[in-house]
Write a protein that binds this ligand. Structure first.
Ligand SMILES: [Zn+2]
Length: 67
């Protein structure tokens, strides 16, 4: 049983049912993970690509100034 690296819920798929390159989605937190390796099972988080024309939606880096 694979565990979601984000929320530690059980991911609802069988390890033998996925291949490298497959993307699985966590039912609990909605995160997507790409299968980078099957033996052992290794997942890497798929970062969502926001549409480029939605520039106002980008995160603004906040710089903290401490003295
Ligand atoms: Zn999750």
């Amino acid at each position: 049983m694979a565990i979601c690296p984000e929320c530690e819920s059980a991911l609802d798929f069988e390890e033998e049912d996925v291949d490298e390159g497959d993307v699985v989605v966590c039912d609990e937190c909605g995160s997507e993970f790409e299968v980078v390796s099957t033996e052992p099972l290794e997942l890497t988080k798929v970062e969502e690509d926001y549409e480029d024309d939605d520039e106002d939606d980008e995160e603004v880096e906040e710089e903290e100034e401490e003295e």
